[in-house]
Design a binder for this molecule. Structure first.
Ligand SMILES: [Zn+2]
Length: 184
């Protein structure tokens, strides 16, 4: 019997459960039934959020190296298990620059921070069938992937923000956001 996975709550860095967002996630050994079940839950959770384009397993309390993402809220959701960035080949080096843009995170509701990211990456990881894939990503998708891999290292937007405290204090007017920033 198979049951359709349901969306699960997305954690913020607040105690008691938020500490998982600050830990380095563990590599997946096999894309087995358990891992597929987690991927199903992650996809259902992301699908339920029309304001989200990416989700990492630690955000639902699972300390494993899995991310799901989509190019926009209407696009199909892709999976990367054990994602890593490979060196960019010489012929693509001219595409690699740094670009700063406003970024949000489902684990930091209400927060929008200017984050510098690489404009081009070459990512490798396993898809949800366990097959190894390698492909380039640029622009917004490259940004989503870098944000996702940051989550697997326990890194949050507040660590990467260009204007750190200044930008943070601007958005931290509301008490819940301030509480989140302090926890992050
Ligand atoms: Zn995030």
């Amino acid at each position: 019997m198979t049951t359709k996975p349901n969306p699960v709550p997305i954690l913020t860095p607040l105690p008691p459960d938020g500490a998982v967002l600050r830990r380095r996630a563990v590599a997946v050994r096999h894309v087995d039934a358990y891992v597929k079940q987690i991927i199903g839950q992650m996809k259902a959770t992301l699908r339920a959020r029309d304001d989200g384009v990416g989700l990492a397993a630690p955000q639902i309390g699972i300390p494993l190296r899995i991310i799901v993402y989509r190019e926009n809220p209407r696009a199909a959701i892709k999976t990367l298990v054990n994602p890593e960035f490979l060196p960019v080949r010489v012929r693509h080096e001219s595409k690699v620059a740094e670009e700063t843009a406003e970024e949000q995170c489902l684990s930091l509701p209400g927060l929008s921070l200017e984050i510098p990211r690489k404009t081009f990456v070459w990512v490798q990881g396993r898809n949800e069938d366990g097959r190894l894939e390698q492909y380039p990503a640029s622009g917004f998708v490259a940004r989503i992937l870098q944000h996702g891999v940051d989550h697997l290292e326990g890194v949050l937007l507040t660590d990467r923000s260009l204007h750190g405290d200044e930008a943070a204090s601007r958005v931290a007017q509301q008490a819940p956001v301030r509480e989140l920033m302090e926890a992050a």
